[in-house]
Each structure stands twice: as structure tokens, then as C-alpha cells.
Write a protein that binds this ligand. Structure first.
Ligand SMILES: [Zn+2]
Length: 485
């Protein structure tokens, strides 16, 4: 038997097990796990290293215009390179529809942008204009392309689609076996708080935290879950940041609702004190929902540990600390005019490993589940997410002992700051492999622009309970009758 690559002598960590084995790769796939094999054109010595599935980043904004027209600083080349240096082998950024745009055009636009990617990729489709044409024809076509997640917003004037819009999207999603994702914050509360703070002249970056209260997230998560329960459609809550929101997710999971969720490194690493840095420095930490406090961090870590969250995702939103990004609307501007979002696609996994695994908050197996395996399962990435014969050879080999201080340079993105600057973390992804090809090796990029491939995703599992709707209205009845696009 001819092998392309053997990863030799490593400690393999999957979402379930830790064991010693060699990994055999041929034609981009894992073909065998076995002890002490010889041969292989390429032999990687992984002695003393942890060999894990590469990260699957399920929340990133790459080459995406905001509704206000600001283009993020990372395109699919710099974004994927940064992700690769952070130990990822696949990512699923967003393809965002803006009002008036056809979803077919949106996908064509992102296909052109993503052709630069060094990583395998798919998109979650952001839907801001759920017209009958979009719901009945364009979304089913997106599904046919293998794009099996749609995202709706409950906040932002130019993005939110209202409760009925969410229900319409979830109904289509349920019919085809698509996961609906939601940005859950109460739009009215945020708008009202912004007006009150503005009246009082409280516009420094630190007031961003007050403007988006915990209750705004808690209320919207509760409402979004209620909408999903009305039609018994699965729902994924992105970037949960509050104790109250996480508690609702946990309670509904226990009760059997098909609810999935993630949190992000910023809610585990930063607090509102960071928003209060001198001058406009706090603008670097403006993201929505906002960073909270230390007590919330401890509670969120507890939820990470107990399985409330499927994933810890970066929500990489690269707005530079200059007039192309954060200060697109001016330099000394009130917080609502600052572009919202922070970078973190390269820091996500080093932070989760160092602060999570090495500080005893999660196991190494949980780390693998949170960084890759659960995202693969939740978003229909069927041939990735596990070190298993037949699966893509997407692997990250980590030195679990190397200590380093985070710098902007080692993020390898197109940003002019990292919020993680100066943080001391232990554990470095030394070698990252996508489809059997080494893409990063000890600090050097080995990938060629455009070598990543589009991943056709499968429907999410819809073989659950019937919905609460009358039979005639229940989209799952059509689904079961075999009416598929
Ligand atoms: Zn986001």
C-alpha cells in the first residue's frame, strides 16, 4: 500500500479519546490509524505533540461589507491564512445579503471572493430581505448548492427581519433541513438605551456596554427560542454572552428543544473595563453583544464545560483601528458610530487551549469538540470533524508546552491591532494540514492562494419530533413525503 504521509508517534486527541497512534494519509484522506508504520513519502514526527482535527471556524466575517457599507480588512486570502496560523483547517464565514439583493447574486459574489482561500470553506447565508422570491426560490437554490445554514438578525435597523421574518426563514430551513442561526438582541431596548445615553451626553466607548444590556440578549434569546419551538425547527444562537441567555439555552436543551449555541473568546477574555481604556482605545473592544464582566466570564466557562455551547467561535470581524474601519465615521465619534467587531480568528484556539485545557476548565477532548467536531455535526460538514478513516486529512499538530506572548505579527491577518496583544498563552499549533497538504509549518505558510475548496454541506438531521403546527401547515410533512428541491 502506498501512503502519501504518515504522522508518526503523536498523541491523538479526538472528541472522545486520547490515544497513541500513527495516522496514514493518502490522496487527502485519512486511510488508517495504526501503530508504528513504516513507509510514506512524507513522514511527520509528532513525538511529544498533540495531534487533533484542525479547527473548523464557524463564525467569521471575511470579505464582508457591513450593512453600513464598511468592508472588513480581511479578504479570503488573509482571513484564511490567519485562520490557518490559528490552527484551523476549514472555516465557514458569512455571505451577507443586503436589502434589495438577490441571494443568487450574493452567492456568486462570495464564490468569486472565496476563490483566494487557502482553507476549505463554506458560507452561512445572512438573510436580510426574506421576500417571497427569496423564500420560495432563492433559499432553496442555496440549499441545493450545499449551503445548509441561514442567519437572521433580531437587531440593527438595516438587518433585522422581525419575528415573522424569522419564522418565515425557519419554515424554509425546516423544510429543507437547514440550520437557522440568530443574532439575538432586543432592537427596541438597544435603540432606546442609545437615545437615553446620547441625551445625557454619555458617548465614550465604555457606554457601549450599557447601551446593550444583558436583558436585551436574554429577552431576544428567549423570544428566538419561542419562535423555533412554535414550528419545532432547530435554531443556533450565535455569540451568547450573558448568564441569563446561557441559562435559557441550557434549560431549553434539557427540556428537549432543538437549540444549539456558541460563545466567543472575547466574552471569556475581556470585560467592560477594556472598553474604558484611555482615549478611544476602548473602541478596539466594541463588538455586539458587548463584552461583560468577570463574574459573567466565570459563568460562561461553566457553560462551556457543561455543554451548553456546541462551539467557541471567534466572530472575527476585522475593522482596523483607523478611518477604513473603526473610525469610518470619524475619529472622535460617539460609540454607536464606531464599527462593531474585533479580530480573533488566529487567537481563538490558542486562547481556548491555554485558558481552557491547561487551566483545567475543559478536557482536551472537549477542546476538540468545541473547536471542530461539534461544528461539523451542527452544520452538516459530513467528511470532517474527526480523525477517522475515510475523513478528510485535516489535522493540527500542537506543541502543548510552548509558551508565547501574543503579538499582532503572529496573527497573520490584515489588521493593525489585536485585542489579545501581550496575552501569555501556552500551546501552539505547529503544523496544520488541510486535505493532506501541509499549509502551516512552524511559523511558515506552505499553502498556495486559492488551494482551499468549497465544502458542500449536508442537511441537518430533521428526523426529530413533529412540529406543533396543523398537519397541513407543517413543513416537515412535505419533507417526509419526499418533496425536496
Ligand atoms: Zn458575527
Amino acid at each position: 500500500m502506498e501512503f502519501d504521509t504518515i504522522i508518526h508517534d503523536g498523541t491523538v486527541v479526538t472528541a472522545n479519546e486520547i490515544f497513541e497512534t500513527d495516522i496514514v494519509i493518502r490522496e487527502g484522506r485519512i486511510v488508517a490509524l495504526a501503530e508504528r508504520l513504516s513507509g510514506g513519502a512524507t513522514r511527520i514526527d509528532a513525538g511529544g505533540r498533540l495531534v487533533m482535527h484542525g479547527g473548523i471556524e464557524a463564525h467569521a466575517h471575511i470579505a464582508q461589507e457591513s450593512a453600513a457599507g464598511i468592508m472588513g480588512a480581511d479578504d479570503y486570502y488573509t482571513g484564511s491564512v490567519s485562520a490557518a496560523f490559528g490552527g484551523n483547517s476549514t472555516f465557514i464565514p458569512f455571505a451577507a445579503q443586503h436589502r434589495g439583493q438577490s441571494i443568487d447574486d450574493v452567492i456568486a459574489t462570495y464564490d468569486a471572493r472565496a476563490a483566494q482561500s487557502v482553507l476549505d470553506y463554506s458560507y452561512h447565508l445572512i438573510v436580510t430581505d426574506p421576500t417571497p422570491e427569496a423564500l420560495n426560490h432563492q433559499l432553496p437554490r442555496a440549499f441545493k448548492r450545499g449551503i445548509t445554514s441561514f442567519k437572521g438578525f433580531m437587531t440593527y435597523d438595516l438587518m433585522n427581519i422581525g419575528d415573522d421574518g424569522m419564522l418565515n426563514i425557519m419554515t424554509v430551513a425546516k423544510k429543507y433541513g437547514v440550520m437557522t442561526m440568530v443574532h439575538a438582541e432586543n432592537k427596541g431596548m438597544v435603540k432606546w438605551m442609545n437615545a437615553r445615553l446620547a441625551e445625557a451626553g454619555l458617548t465614550a466607548p465604555k457606554y457601549h456596554a450599557q447601551s446593550r444590556p444583558e436583558l436585551a440578549e436574554e429577552e431576544a434569546i428567549n423570544r428566538a427560542i419561542s419562535l423555533s419551538k412554535l414550528i419545532d425547527a432547530p435554531l443556533f444562537i450565535v455569540h451568547a454572552s450573558t448568564e441569563g441567555g446561557a441559562a435559557i439555552v441550557q434549560r431549553e436543551k434539557v427540556a428537549g428543544a432543538r437549540i444549539y449555541a456558541e460563545t466567543c473568546p472575547q466574552y471569556l477574555a475581556f470585560t467592560r473595563a477594556d472598553l474604558d481604556k484611555p482615549g478611544m482605545e476602548g473602541a478596539k473592544f466594541i463588538c455586539s453583544p458587548p463584552v461583560r464582566d468577570q463574574r459573567t466570564q466565570a459563568v460562561l466557562w461553566g457553560h462551556v464545560r457543561m455543554g451548553t455551547f456546541e462551539s467557541v467561535s471567534s466572530d472575527h470581524a476585522p475593522y482596523r483601528y483607523d478611518e477604513t474601519g473603526k473610525f469610518m465615521n470619524g475619529v472622535d465619534i460617539p460609540y454607536p458610530k464606531v464599527a462593531k467587531g474585533m479580530p480573533g480568528i488566529a487567537a481563538r484556539l490558542p486562547h481556548l487551549f491555554s485558558e481552557g485545557v491547561l487551566k483545567g476548565r475543559i478536557t482536551a477532548q472537549q477542546f476538540v469538540a468545541l473547536k471542530a467536531t461539534n461544528a461539523a455535526r451542527t452544520f452538516g460538514v459530513t467528511r470532517k470533524g474527526s480523525i477517522t478513516p475515510g475523513f478528510d486529512a485535516d489535522i493540527a499538530i500542537w506543541n502543548p508546552e510552548q509558551r508565547r506572548r501574543i503579538t499582532l505579527a503572529d496573527q497573520h491577518d490584515n489588521m493593525d491591532y489585536t485585542p489579545f496583544e501581550g496575552m501569555e498563552l501556552t500551546g501552539v499549533p505547529e503544523i496544520v494540514i488541510n486535505h493532506g497538504n501541509i499549509i502551516v509549518e512552524t511559523g511558515k505558510l506552505k499553502a498556495r492562494e486559492g488551494q482551499g475548496q468549497f465544502v458542500t454541506r449536508a442537511p441537518v438531521d430533521m428526523d426529530a419530533r413533529k412540529g406543533h403546527l396543523a398537519k397541513e401547515l407543517d413543513p416537515s410533512q412535505n419533507f417526509r413525503a419526499g418533496i425536496r428541491p
